[in-house]
Ligand binder design. Structure first.
Ligand SMILES: Nc1ncnc2c1ncn2[C@@H]1O[C@H](COP(=O)(O)OP(=O)(O)OP(=O)(O)O)[C@@H](O)[C@H]1O
Ligand SMILES: [Mg+2]
Length: 363
C-alpha cells in the first residue's frame, strides 16, 4: 500500500497550463476521487500518477520515494481505463490471468488467484466465456479483475463505469465500494459524475480550471462548498443562486429577492464585513419545499414546471421574476401556472461573495 503525495505539481502541454500548482496527499488505503467537468485535467492527473505523463514541474512521492523518474512498470500501479480493452480471443480466465502470465508466475498460483478474484467479482461461473459472450457490466468486472490480480500498491481508475447503463453503474458502484473495504488498496478514482464521486469516496477533490477548488469529505463539500463553482457542481439538480445584499450589519440582515434573512440563524460570519458588493445566496432544491397552502411567513410563487421523481416531485417556481428549483411531496396538487408557497429555510442557505465567489457563510 502507498500514500501518494503531490508537491507543487505543474503540468503544461506545450505552453498551455493544464494543472497549476497541485499539492495534495492521498492517504494510504484511501478511496480518493478527482471530480470535475470535461477537460479539467482529471485523466492527466491519473496519467501523471501512473508515470504515463511526465510533470512539467513539482514532485510526486509514493510514501517517501520520489517517483518522478520511475517508469510506469516500476511504480506498481494498476490502471483501469475508461475504454477497458479486453483481449477478445481470450477467455475470461485468460484475460484475468494475463498480468501473472507476463510475470511468469507458476500455473498453480495463477489458477488459485484467478479463481479467488473471479469469485470476489462474481465471475466464477463465466471463466470459460469470451468477452463477446458477456454483458457490459461483466466485461467491466473482468477488466477490474485483471487490474486486481496484480495486487498493486495503487489502483487508478479513469471513469471506469461510464460505459454502463444507469442501473449497472449503481450496482458496480456498490461493488467497487465493497471491494475497497475488503482490499484497502489506495485508490485514485476519476469521474465527471458528482453523484458517483459522492457515493464512492472517502474524500473528493473538485477540479476546475487546473486547480483544486476544494478537497474534503463528500459531506463537507456538499454542506460547505468553498465557492460558487463547487456549490453549483456538487449536488443535482444544481443549487439555486439568488442575488443578495447586506441590509444591516448589527444585527446582520441580508436582503434576498425582497425577503430578509436575519441574524437569528447566522452568527455573524467573520468574513462578512459589510463592505462587500453583492452577495450570492445559494439554496439547494432539496431544501426548499413547495406547498399549495400558506402557513405563516411563506413566500408566494408561481409554478412553472412539475417533474415527478417517484417518491417526490421536482418543482420549478417563479419567485418575483427569478426561477428556482424546489421539491414537493408526491401526490400534492401542484400544477403548472398555479400559485403556491415555499418555505425558505434560512438555516440551509449558503452565502457567497459575488466578486470572489468564495463562501462567507456557514464558516
Ligand atoms: N497530449 C496532449 N497534448 C495537448 N493537450 C492535451 C493532451 N492531453 C490532454 N490535453 C488537454 O489537457 C486538458 C485536460 O485533459 P484531460 O484528458 O486530463 O481532461 P479530463 O478532465 O480527463 O476530461 P474528460 O472528462 O473529458 O475525460 C484538455 O484541455 C486536453 O485537451
Ligand atoms: Mg478524462
Amino acid at each position: 500500500m502507498a500514500e501518494i503525495k503531490f508537491e507543487n505539481v505543474i503540468k503544461r502541454f506545450r505552453d498551455v497550463s493544464i494543472i497549476e500548482d497541485l499539492t495534495i496527499v492521498i492517504n494510504d488505503g484511501e478511496f480518493f476521487t478527482f471530480v470535475g467537468p470535461s477537460g479539467c485535467g482529471k485523466s492527466t492527473i491519473l496519467n501523471i500518477i501512473a508515470g504515463l505523463e511526465p510533470v512539467t514541474d513539482g514532485k510526486i512521492y509514493f510514501d517517501d520515494t520520489l517517483v518522478n523518474d520511475l517508469s510506469p512498470r516500476d511504480r506498481d500501479v494498476a490502471m483501469v481505463f475508461q475504454s477497458y480493452a479486453l483481449y477478445p480471443h481470450m477467455s475470461v480466465y485468460e484475460n484475468i490471468a494475463f498480468p501473472l502470465r507476463m510475470k511468469k508466475v507458476q500455473q498453480k498460483t495463477i489458477d488459485e488467484e484467478v479463481k479467488r478474484i473471479a469469485s470476489l467479482l462474481g465471475l466464477g461461473d463465466m471463466l470459460q466465456r469470451k468477452p463477446k459472450e458477456l454483458s457490459g457490466g461483466q466485461r467491466q468486472r473482468v477488466a477490474l479483475g485483471r487490474a486486481l490480480i496484480r495486487k498493486p500498491e495503487v489502483f487508478l481508475m479513469d471513469e471506469p463505469l461510464s460505459n454502463l447503463d444507469a442501473r449497472l453503474r449503481i450496482e458496480m458502484r456498490a461493488e467497487l465500494k465493497k471491494l475497497h473495504h475488503e482490499l484497502k488498496i489506495t485508490t485514485v478514482y476519476v469521474t465527471h459524475d458528482q453523484a458517483e464521486a459522492m457515493s464512492l469516496s472517502e474524500r473528493i477533490a473538485v477540479i476546475y480550471q487546473g486547480r483544486i477548488q476544494q478537497c474534503g469529505t463528500p459531506l463537507e463539500v456538499y454542506t460547505k462548498p468553498a465557492n460558487i463553482f463547487v456549490g453549483g457542481f456538487i449536488g443535482s439538480p444544481p443549487m439555486n443562486f439568488i442575488k443578495g445584499t447586506v441590509k444591516s450589519l448589527e444585527p446582520l440582515q441580508i436582503d434576498c429577492n425582497g425577503i430578509t434573512l436575519s441574524t437569528i440563524i447566522f452568527s455573524r460570519p467573520p468574513l462578512l464585513k459589510g463592505d462587500e458588493g453583492g452577495l450570492i445566496i445559494g439554496i439547494r432544491p432539496e431544501d426548499i419545499v413547495v406547498s399549495e397552502r400558506k402557513p405563516e411567513g411563506k413566500v408566494k410563487v408561481f409554478i412553472s414546471l412539475v417533474e415527478p421523481a417517484g417518491s417526490f416531485n421536482w418543482v420549478d417556481v417563479i419567485w418575483n421574476d427569478i426561477e428556482m428549483k424546489c421539491t414537493a411531496r408526491a401526490g400534492s396538487d401542484l400544477r403548472e401556472g398555479k400559485e403556491a408557497f415555499v418555505d425558505f429555510p434560512e438555516d440551509k442557505v449558503i452565502v457567497f461573495d459575488e466578486k470572489s465567489g468564495k463562501r462567507l457563510f456557514p464558516d
